[in-house]
Design a binder for this molecule. Sequence first.
Ligand code: IMP
Length: 201
Amino acid sequence: MADQTTIVVATNNQGKLKEFALLLPSFHIISQSSLGIIPEEELGETFFENSLQKARVASTASGMLSLGDDSGLIVPALNNLPGLRSARYAHENATDEENRQHLKKELEKLELNQAKAYFVSVLVLMQAPADPFPLFATGLLEGFVKTTMQGDNGFGYDPMFYPKDSNVSLGEIGPDEKALLSHRGKAIQILTRKIESFTSE
Ligand code: IMP
């Protein structure tokens, strides 16, 4: 690989960055914003397209090993929203708190205080902008979203997401525990195995 020690993560989301630094301890993780890279508007209709676009933008601008993560929360009872719009569910520049309150309101409109939901993460690792074989990995975490919010760990929808068979929300567990079970943690495990088999060929 061009640069095995540093990975540019194509995000400005501090919550995601902290998780990647924890999940990829053998790499030096830097954010695209630290290199002055401006993200492009997400045009894809799937998490796959958006993740590839993010990785390509970061790779083109940096010339370095670049990782795209497109992730989100899917609630089937809400027609799969927030989905691709997870980061801007309440409005274009919404904060995590505004997005959570919007989701709470949408659930309440349906007179639900909880609904099945799942988090997804699609990762794309590109060695160079013209890399013909980017590495892909996906992860999924099933559970429920509830209108009762608990804990302030993590980021995004964590305080209202309760993994299947768990009484506590992602906002109530620590970063190491979240890393073991989360959509991002699972995707990273797959990606790491792919990197290892790629570099040992
Ligand atoms: P992206 O940066 O376009 O991939 O948007 C991801 C959005 O999905 C975040 O801003 C959060 O709202 C939500 N999200 C993704 N992963 C998580 C997670 O692990 N916990 C909580 N919210 C998440």
